[in-house]
Design a protein around this ligand. Structure first.
Ligand SMILES: NC(=O)CC[C@H](NC[C@@]1(O)OC[C@@H](O)[C@@H](O)[C@@H]1O)C(=O)O
Length: 262
């Protein structure tokens, strides 16, 4: 038995020091970042007409990846509720999709420092009877499973019928066809859908205590430190500001992400 074991250990390549140097961030495929994201959260992250992922989060993270020396970044669409579990179990190297940092989520994954802080929006039709959060009672409100909107609504909109959907597309079509009276999603995505489908904001609720961060598996301190350093650099040299103005024109800009005055 001893002979077999030692033979096995000789034959099995171990991750030698060089291996660790080739893949310091413990990526699935050294030199490539596999990122779970969403196709329907424009302008944070979405797929354009030719099916390519783009948007603020996508361009910001791609810049961060290049700063830590990773050239190839592959974005893969995933239902929101599946992103954190899949990142935790190593199916993706990171999750990037306006994912708010919360203590509950930090039980499953680690997060980089925050890179975006904004509002949660109740979006509705003009004829729905929902004009603000107080008129949500007895109405049907769409939420995407696993989002902060779902947990916020469960806590604060207790007289409202919550209807859960896997993604924004399904929730918005339910709003447009009258299956639900309102949809609870992120501010900038709500603004984009409002323009496309002539919908209105019934409420904008600040979510500054849960800024979006990059979700990664626990136990990767080098990866996390490298991401944080690159995020900081992107803010300090004005890249963050340029991308924010490109994707969220006219929106108030959280000053903590702007180059230090000094
Ligand atoms: N892409 C999604 O559907 C994510 C929905 C939701 N996003 C909330 C948030 O991270 O959106 C970006 C910023 O406005 C954050 O302040 C906010 O908490 C969440 O994290 O659950």
């Amino acid at each position: 038995l001893l002979a077999c074991v030692s033979l096995f250990s000789i034959l099995t390549p171990t991750a030698n020091a060089a291996g660790a140097q080739d893949n310091p961030y413990g990526l699935i495929e050294p030199g490539e970042l596999r990122v779970a994201s969403l196709g329907d959260a424009k302008p944070y992250t979405f797929t354009d007409a030719s099916g390519n992922f783009t948007g603020f989060d996508v361009e910001f993270f791609t810049d961060v990846a290049h700063r830590i020396g990773i050239k190839k970044v592959v974005f893969i669409g995933q239902d929101f509720a599946g992103i954190l579990p899949s990142v935790a179990n190593g199916r993706y190297d990171a999750g990037v999709a306006a994912i708010g940092i919360t203590p509950a989520r930090e039980k499953t994954v680690d997060f980089s420092s925050g890179y975006l802080a904004g509002y949660l929006t109740v979006l509705t039709r003009k004829d729905s009877g929902v004009s603000d959060v107080n008129s949500l009672a007895k109405h049907r409100l769409a939420v995407v499973q696993g989002t902060l909107q779902e947990s916020y609504a469960m806590q604060h909109f207790t007289q409202t019928d919550l209807v859960r959907f896997p993604d924004n597309n399904a929730a918005i079509s339910a709003l447009n066809n009258g299956t639900v009276d309102a949809d609870f999603l992120d501010y900038e995505a709500a603004k984009d859908y409002a323009t496309r489908f002539n919908l209105i904001h019934a409420a904008d609720i600040p979510s500054f205590d849960a800024p979006a961060g990059v979700a990664i598996a626990k136990g990767k301190p080098e990866f996390k430190a490298a991401l944080n350093k690159a995020i900081q650099a992107s803010m300090q040299d004005g890249t963050w500001k340029k991308l924010y103005e490109k994707w969220f024109p006219g929106s108030p800009m959280p000053k903590q992400y702007l180059p230090n005055a000094g």
